[in-house]
Each structure stands twice: as C-alpha cells, then as structure tokens.
Design a protein around this ligand. Structure first.
Ligand SMILES: *[C@@H]1O[C@H](CO)[C@@H](O)[C@H](O)[C@H]1NC(C)=O
Ligand SMILES: *[C@@H]1O[C@H](CO)[C@@H](O)[C@H](O)[C@H]1NC(C)=O
Ligand SMILES: *[C@@H]1O[C@H](CO)[C@@H](O)[C@H](O)[C@H]1NC(C)=O
Ligand SMILES: *[C@@H]1O[C@H](CO)[C@@H](O)[C@H](O)[C@H]1NC(C)=O
Ligand SMILES: *[C@@H]1O[C@H](CO)[C@@H](O)[C@H](O)[C@H]1NC(C)=O
Ligand SMILES: *[C@@H]1O[C@H](CO)[C@@H](O)[C@H](O)[C@H]1NC(C)=O
Ligand SMILES: *[C@@H]1O[C@H](CO)[C@@H](O)[C@H](O)[C@H]1NC(C)=O
Ligand SMILES: *[C@@H]1O[C@H](CO)[C@@H](O)[C@H](O)[C@H]1NC(C)=O
Ligand SMILES: *[C@@H]1O[C@H](CO)[C@@H](O)[C@H](O)[C@H]1NC(C)=O
Ligand SMILES: *[C@@H]1O[C@H](CO)[C@@H](O)[C@H](O)[C@H]1NC(C)=O
Ligand SMILES: *[C@@H]1O[C@H](CO)[C@@H](O)[C@H](O)[C@H]1NC(C)=O
Ligand SMILES: *[C@@H]1O[C@H](CO)[C@@H](O)[C@H](O)[C@H]1NC(C)=O
Length: 671
C-alpha cells in the first residue's frame, strides 16, 4: 500500500497506480455537474501541518562584520545524514529555535554539543570564554565568562549575533540574562547594526549581582527599526568596576512581541502567517527528531517543561542543539491559540543508536503514562499538579497520540508490533478516548490484527508527476482502515542538493494529491504538509511552506503555502459526487459542501488553459480564488509574484464559467 519513501530522503520513487487518468486535450469546455446529495463524510481534521526541527542539507554560514570589518567568515556545504554522525554540522536551525519560537539569540544557553562559542563575540576590551566551572543550573551546565583587564575604564561586555543577525523592528523587546559575580551598577543593553554601528535600542538597568550565585535579571525596552538583518544584541558593564576581574553570564534571552502575548511564546510575525493557513491540526515534536541519535538523547518530555533554567536542551537528531524552550506546554499553547488539534508523538523505543523492546520497554511505557498524567491528571496527581504549577490549570485537550515515528525504517520493523502493543494497551486502557496512530503503514511492521480505530501514518515526498499519479491512491482502499498522511510535500529530488523553493507545477501537484485525499477523506482522516518553515540563511530542507531571514519584509509565503491555505480554509463536511464530461487529467477536481455552501476545488496540471463550466444547482453566486503562475514560477524573498486572486462570479442558473490558467489551482465557493 505504501510506496517506499523515507521522511528525510526520497529518491527515485516508483509508482504504478495510474488509472482512469487521460491526458486528453480538452477542446470543448469541461462541464462538471455537482450532485447535491449522496457523498461521503469528509474529515474535519483533514488539512494540518507537521512541525519538527530537522534538515538534511546544511549550509553553514558564519558571519560577523562589525563596523565595516569582516572579522570572520566562511561558508561551506555539509551533508549530514542522520547516520553519518562523523560529519557534524556546526550550526543550523530554524524551525523552532531561530524560527517560530520567539527567542532571538543563538546558543543562548550553550546547549547541545556542537556550537562552541557560535554567535558570541567580545565588545570592547575584554576576553570571553565558555566557562564549564560556573554552571547556571544543573540543566544549563556552563556560562559565559567575561574577563576585564586591569586598568579598564570603558563599558565592555559581549555580543550575540543571533541566527545570522537579529531582526530589529520598531517593537518593544523583552530581554533577560542570568549573572554571577560582584557587580553593583548599570548594565547596558543595546541592539546595534553589525555593519553600520547604528544603535537602534539603548537601555540601562541597574543590577546588584554577587559571586555567591547566579541571579536572573529581566527588562524590556523599545527599539527603532533597522533596515536590514545585520544586527546584534550587546550587553556591557562598567569595566572600571570589574577591572582585573571577571563576571559570568548565562541563559541570555531576547524576545520581540509574541503571538497572543505569551511568555516564552512564538514570534508574532511567523506565527501569524501560520495562523492564516487555518490548519486543523499540528503534528509534533517529530518526526525523526523525537527518536534521538542514541536512546538517551531522545526527545524527553519531562526535560522540556517548567522554568527554562531547568531545561537542559539536547543535541538533536540533526546535529544541532534544541534548546527545548519550545517544550511540551509551549506546543500545546500554540495549538490552542491557533485552534489546531494537537497530534502528539511519543517515543516508542526506537533511536538511531538502539532499540528498546520487550520487558526492557516497561520503564519507558511508565514514562509515557507519566506524560499522559501530566497532560490530563487532576491536581491530586503528581504530574497533574506539576502541569498546574507550570501554569496550565485545565487538563490539556489531546485527542491524538502517535506511537513513534517511521518505525518501519532504520531497524524498527521487527520490534514495532511488540512495542506498539505495549504502549497501545497502556494508553488505551486508561484513556480509551484517545485515538492512537501507528507510525507507518507497512503491515509487516504492524501488529496483526491492528486494533480497531488505529490510524496508520504514511509519509510521502514526491516529484510533481509522481504526486499526480497518486491522485487515486486511496480510491480503492478498504474503507475500514483510517489513514493519516503525516508528512507530504513535493520535492524536486533531481536537484543536486535537494534544495529549492516551491514552484507552481510542484504546488499544483500537491493540490491534486490533496484532492485525491479529500475525495477519500472518509478514510484519510488527517494530512500534514511538511516541512513548515525555513530561515533563508540556513538552507536546511526545501521546500518549506514559508521562509524568512533576519531582515524586514523577508517573510515569504510559497506557492505551496497558498495551496494549503486555500484548501484548509475551504473545506466542506461532505464530499459530493460530480458528473463530468471529461476524465481526470490535466484537469482535476473535488466538490464538497457544508449545509448550503459548496466548494469546488480545481487544478490544471498542464501548459494549456482549460475552460470549465461548473454547475452547482440552486446556488446563485460564487467567489473564485485562483493561484496561477508559470510552470517554474515561485515566490522569492522581496519578489513575491504568485498570490491567489479572488473574483466574484454570478451563477447563470447555478452555472459558473471558470478559465483555469496553466498550472493553476482554484477554489470556487458557491452559495
Ligand atoms: C495534445 O496536444 C499535444 C499538442 O498538440 C499533442 O502533442 C498531444 O498528443 C495531444 N494529446 C492527446 C491525448 O491528444
Ligand atoms: C450524474 O449522472 C448519473 C448517470 O447519468 C445520473 O443518474 C445523475 O443524476 C447525474 N447527477 C447529476 C448531479 O447530474
Ligand atoms: C464514497 O465512498 C465509496 C467507497 O469508496 C465510493 O464508492 C463512493 O464513490 C464515494 N462517494 C463519493 C461521493 O465520493
Ligand atoms: C566575509 O568573509 C568571508 C570569508 O572570507 C567571505 O566569504 C564573505 O563574503 C565576507 N563578507 C562580506 C560581507 O564581505
Ligand atoms: C513605532 O511603533 C509605534 C507603535 O506601534 C508607532 O506609534 C510609531 O509610529 C512607530 N514608529 C515608526 C518610526 O514607525
Ligand atoms: C565604528 O568605527 C568608528 C571609526 O573607527 C568609531 O568611531 C566607532 O566608535 C565605531 N563604532 C562601534 C559601534 O564600534
Ligand atoms: C546608561 O548609563 C551610562 C552610564 O551612566 C550613560 O552614560 C548612558 O547615557 C546611559 N544610557 C541610557 C540610554 O540611559
Ligand atoms: C514603548 O513603546 C510602547 C508602545 O509604543 C509605549 O507604550 C511605551 O511607552 C514605550 N516605552 C518607552 C520606555 O518608551
Ligand atoms: C524524567 O523522567 C525520567 C523517567 O521517569 C526520570 O528518570 C527523570 O529523573 C525525569 N527527569 C526530570 C528532569 O524530572
Ligand atoms: C470519553 O468520551 C465520552 C464521550 O465524549 C465521555 O463521556 C467520557 O467521559 C470520556 N471518557 C474519558 C475516560 O475521558
Ligand atoms: C476559454 O474561454 C475564453 C473566453 O470564452 C476564450 O477566449 C478562450 O479561447 C477559451 N480557451 C480555450 C482553451 O478554449
Ligand atoms: C466580492 O463580493 C464581496 C461580498 O459580496 C465584496 O465584499 C467584494 O468587494 C467583492 N469583490 C470584488 C472583487 O468585486
């Protein structure tokens, strides 16, 4: 049922399922007549997105230019496949840290094993170093030592250059740091142009710090806008008070305004763009990233909760650190704020470095049940109380839990039935209302029989023609097995680096595959586009739904973003039969409705314009949203050329004339 495809690499897929698709040249307009009754139910959660911190190709760029001087810099390509741990990427990001999570300073707690002094630099006449003998906490195991020479008189300290610069806008910023060492007086914080030296924000706070322990200081200040992303955050102290001595700093943070004003929240701009997609669910926290390169470096729920100073972070599966500031509770606030159903993945015993099964899995199953108690328990339970102490009184609403990730791969197949059964039984016995998801659709890697109501998860990254050929993938599937397509996206895997930006043909092919799912959404319950976003300075895995860098106005919505938005925002609850005067191809369609509102989705996978008459009896008028562009056209930073265009249509006795541009995707909403 499932053509082989790995989440992180999908080369040369082979598919032979094409049926009933002709590539006939349509000379007469195609007439599509929508039936008013008789369709299958459509899943309300059909269109969602997948989040994880991941990449396959890593572009490493170190850049530090102060006041016109290029102090350091080199760029190189690395391939860091998950099994090639010897090839370490020095730095990359940015879906969570450096991405949708609001904190803007990189390497702020020296977490993980790979970053060293990345993003730090001295300001003024000081020496700075990572100090392992002065941990901020048990979790934050080192700090930054700032050594001031004898005879110092000026303000001096250190800079953090963020994720290839710090976005500096006309905003109120929140900033905090931990500090240890004898110092009473002024700490100066600035946002400064790295090249220009222009000071965009300049703020003093008075601190009283001692050498006995680390103490946290927090403040906020306003900034003016920098025209570019070449900015850094500076912390300086009065050098004359520390001459011949040193101070230690740790867990520095800088936040712009956050989405819904949450503490430790999401970046307002990047989160708002996602909110506008109207996704129905979020799949997190992985993906491969939950698995761990070793058992002990798996994603551990209980190290991602509570005060940040108690979160150690981890070296991710992709050779760069996760700070885990975006932790379990933050994911769930995110879902709630955007009205998305959470699909929470839990660790199922498989890491890249080892697999735990049989009775050895028992403690890990217990840990999963602790996690469930944290999510759902009352104040009278140990973990429920912990959740309440962490700021969430009501139980979280989590209706979907996925057991592992791609357990048919990387050696997981043989043991998955056993691991699945143990975890399924524990969760299902105590929480019968949770729908459990099996991490793959390969029946030889699944328990037999699979318990009822379990959803199987398929992942597909494909080239455009292959996606179109999969339009009818679900047409002839048994109707009693629910499916989630937990990751999908068009990839031009013939491109040398596998990295490129979404373009119209690819996005059109995704739309056609989505129509195939929507037609069958009585069994396809959920589908998550992946990946979500990328920082253009760290080309990780492409394409993504949207991208950005540290400069103003670089938030760029791809053609695939718009397809997701158009489809997620216009979904009926019933799939309707359609009579047509032509076979599928190059024109594809699906019709749905909710009450008296009808939705006709259309895609034209070809170079010729297609005239279509859509007949929706007993409707009067319609709104047509169309995304069109040339075959290879895509949106680039500062050069967004493809966007949906909306027109109003008047129905002639319920007949609407639609001219589908080449490679266009459209939705007609009629009432
Ligand atoms: C469609 O038109 C093109 C160009 O005229 C032609 O090459 C192709 O064979 C036609 N296809 C069919 C199915 O008639
Ligand atoms: C579709 O075609 C079938 C068979 O000709 C016919 O019975 C049915 O009424 C048609 N439906 C619509 C909505 O036109
Ligand atoms: C509903 O599902 C059945 C079973 O696959 C299928 O035969 C039928 O065509 C579907 N109806 C519609 C309107 O898609
Ligand atoms: C800085 O130096 C690096 C390495 O020499 C070089 O690749 C880069 O282009 C320089 N950047 C600028 C802005 O001059
Ligand atoms: C900065 O933002 C404030 C508050 O939103 C606004 O009143 C002010 O005009 C802005 N200033 C500039 C220079 O854009
Ligand atoms: C930049 O260089 C100029 C001239 O050398 C100097 O006066 C200024 O203080 C420098 N600014 C910063 C932020 O280092
Ligand atoms: C911060 O304090 C220093 C030292 O007192 C002073 O020179 C500077 O003007 C102050 N900056 C601001 C923005 O208040
Ligand atoms: C910062 O900007 C906000 C919003 O524009 C304003 O309300 C506040 O008074 C400003 N704070 C300072 C210290 O200027
Ligand atoms: C997390 O849970 C594991 C397993 O129950 C336990 O060994 C560990 O001490 C916990 N860690 C924290 C930080 O609570
Ligand atoms: C399961 O859902 C039903 C119906 O919504 C509800 O009555 C019941 O309390 C739920 N059971 C549990 C254990 O949450
Ligand atoms: C589609 O319809 C328009 C307007 O009626 C017409 O100008 C155009 O030639 C038609 N295109 C095709 C391919 O038939
Ligand atoms: C389409 O109709 C809506 C609501 O009737 C109206 O608000 C909108 O301005 C119209 N758009 C155009 C392009 O005419």
């Amino acid at each position: 049922m499932r053509p082989g495809c790995v989440a992180y690499l999908c080369l040369g897929s082979t598919v032979g399922l094409v049926q009933g698709i002709s590539n006939g040249n349509v000379s007469e307009p195609v007439t599509l007549t929508v039936g008013r009754e008789g369709g299958n139910k459509s899943s309300p959660l059909l269109y969602g997105v997948m989040f994880e911190v991941f990449h396959s190709w890593v572009l490493i760029v170190h850049k530090r230019i102060i006041n016109g001087t290029n102090l350091s810099g080199n760029g190189s390509f690395w391939y860091a496949g998950p099994h090639e741990a010897s090839e370490r990427a020095l730095t990359t990001c940015c879906q969570g840290d450096g991405g949708i999570h609001g904190q803007l300073l990189q390497n702020n707690g020296f977490q993980g094993t790979s970053l060293g002094m990345t993003s730090y630099a001295p300001v003024g006449d000081v020496e700075i170093s990572q100090d392992m003998s002065n941990p901020v906490s048990d979790a934050i195991t080192s700090s930054l030592k700032v050594s001031v020479p004898d005879g110092a008189t000026e303000y001096a300290g250190f800079a953090n250059t963020g994720y290839i610069g710090v976005p500096v806008m006309n905003h109120t910023y929140k900033s905090s740091f931990w500090m240890k060492g004898d110092y009473s007086g002024t700490v100066n914080l600035q946002l400064v142009g790295s090249v220009s030296g222009i000071v965009y924000a300049d703020h003093n706070l008075t601190v009283k710090s001692t050498s006995s322990k680390f103490r946290e200081f927090e403040t906020s200040f306003n900034s003016t806008e920098s025209p570019d992303g070449d900015n850094e955050w500076h912390l300086t102290i009065d050098g004359s008070k520390v001459a011949g001595s040193s101070l230690n700093f740790g867990l520095i943070q800088l936040f712009p305004p956050t989405y819904n004003d949450r503490d430790n929240g999401l970046r307002h701009d990047l989160a708002t763009a996602l909110d506008h997609v109207n996704s129905a669910f979020l799949r997190f926290p992985g993906g491969n990233n939950i698995e761990g390169l070793e058992i002990d470096s798996r994603w551990k729920w209980n190290t991602t909760i509570g005060p940040l100073v108690d979160r150690p972070g981890r070296e991710s599966d992709w050779f760069y650190p996760n700070t885990d500031a975006l932790g379990l509770d933050e994911y769930l606030w995110w879902c709630e704020d955007m009205n998305m159903a959470p699909l929470l993945a839990i660790w199922s015993g498989k890491s890249y470095g080892g697999i735990v099964s049989g009775s050895d899995l028992k403690p890990f199953v217990d840990d999963i049940m602790n996690e469930m108690e944290y999510l759902f328990g009352s104040e009278h339970t140990h973990y429920g109380k912990m959740r309440i102490d962490n700021g969430r009184k009501e139980p979280w609403k989590v209706d979907f839990v996925e057991i592992g990730n791609e357990d048919d791969l990387t050696g997981g197949c043989d043991t998955y039935p056993d691991r699945f059964n143990q975890i399924y039984k524990a969760i299902h016995d105590k929480y019968p209302n949770i729908t459990l998801v099996a991490s793959n659709g390969n029946y030889s890697c699944l328990p037999s029989p699979l318990p009822q109501n379990v959803i199987i998860d398929l992942h597909l990254y494909r080239q455009p023609d292959d996606f179109v050929a999969l339009f009818n993938q679900f047409d002839n599937q048994p109707r009693n097995q629910s499916v989630m397509v937990g990751e999908y996206g068009c990839r031009n895997t013939s491109s040398a680096l596998g990295t490129y930006w979404s373009f119209m043909q690819g996005s059109c092919s995704e739309a056609i595959y989505m129509m195939g799912m929507e037609r069958n959404s009585d069994i396809v319950q959920m589908a998550a586009y992946a990946p979500l976003l990328e920082h253009f300075g760290f080309i990780s895995w492409s394409p993504t739904m949207y991208g950005f860098n540290s400069s103003p106005e670089t938030l760029t919505l791809s053609t695939s973003y718009y397809v997701q938005q158009m489809f997620s925002s216009n979904k009926g609850n019933t799939v309707l039969p359609v009579n047509s005067t032509a076979d599928f191809g190059p024109l594809y369609w699906v019709a749905t409705k909710t009450d008296s509102k009808y939705y006709m989705k259309l895609a034209n996978y070809g170079p010729d314009e297609q005239n279509v008459t859509v007949s929706i009896p007993k409707t009067e008028s319609g709104r047509l949203e169309m995304l069109g562009g040339s075959q290879n056209e895509g949106n680039q930073p500062y050069d967004v050329t493809v966007m949906p265009v909306t027109t109003n249509l008047t129905g002639d006795h319920g007949n609407y004339s639609v001219t589908m541009a080449p490679w266009a995707v459209a939705v007609l909403i009629a009432t």
